[in-house]
Design a protein around this ligand. Sequence first.
Ligand SMILES: *[C@@H]1O[C@H](CO)[C@@H](O)[C@H](O)[C@H]1NC(C)=O
Length: 370
Amino acid sequence: MGRVFRSLFIFLLSSLIFAAAIASLVSPDDESEDPLIRQVVSDDDDLLLNAEHHFNNFKRKFGKSYATPEEHAYRLGVFKANLRRARRHQKLDPSAVHGVTQFSDLTPAEFRRSYLGLKPLKLPVDAHNAPILPTNDLPTDFDWRDHGAIAAVKNQGSCGSCWSFSTSGALEGANFLATGKLVSLSEQQLVDCDHECDPEEPDSCDSGCNGGLMTSAFEYTLKAGGLMREEDYPYTGTDRGTCKFDKTKIAASVANFSVVSLDEDQIAANLVKNGPLAVGINAVFMQTYIGGVSCPYICSKRLDHGVLLVGYGSEGYAPIRLKDKPYWIIKNSWGEGWGENGYYKICRGRNVCGVDSMVSTVAAVNISPR
Ligand SMILES: *[C@@H]1O[C@H](CO)[C@@H](O)[C@H](O)[C@H]1NC(C)=O
């Protein structure tokens, strides 16, 4: 046993040293013109000396203001801790760029509470296991954005409703495949009306800004008859309203939904055949993510965020071009200003941050045009 632990320790230590060495070589020039970010990820001393200067830039860039001097001082402290965290993330995740984001004045707990919202619940009764698909003819690169199946990036705001955006995104894609039309669908309907429960745990239901699960939301949508259009039931980002679902205005309906096995080829095959997939992920590296392919050496697989898998690729595994490595392309719901125009790239191959472990696919009914 002792020897096993010693080897493990040496392995981890050498990985960290390797990571630090690579990180010091990384130049994020091609990723960002922002001198603030460049300083944050490349210059440790400057980072701490000039934290207040960076904080002022941050407040200006993201339009932040604080009600009292106490709040300001507290947020500056949180911001400094996040600068250090971004630097740690950079060392652990050298193929991505980490730095100051719109979330840099939030503690990790505040960030989880207000901007994530995935509740891993039990699978609903109508969930199947997706049939095993052939994988020999898969394209090397694929992106549903190139085929018109993906609506513009949306913003969940300060509400733990990620699950509703992952759900609407998957159904928007499935509906596009069934009807040839891309229709943006309502998350607010899910936030207000979907209280789908695990019958054995009545506390753990889909619950608006307090979290939910995509498969439960597919179950709700199947039972309710469908989702309305975004413009007929617009997003408010709060869960204090009553349900305003109007059955006569259904724009997309669920035919069935399935859970995809934890196998990257099956995930890719289901993506290509059935449209974008609803996936769970651990979002800890996303709080500081600026761009590039995120491939952290260490990342929890505890799923806390629901997102949409829209494609995969392998080109330009920047900034170190030793070899192209494959990645997944993920649509997020934090606006276009976050990440790469609202998107995240995460490496494929070893279930990084749990990205392969909760994948579901939905099929839409071909509703005749109205
Ligand atoms: C799901 O629905 C689609 C579209 O109607 C259909 O082609 C497919 O066979 C269904 N899958 C299952 C598992 O019922």
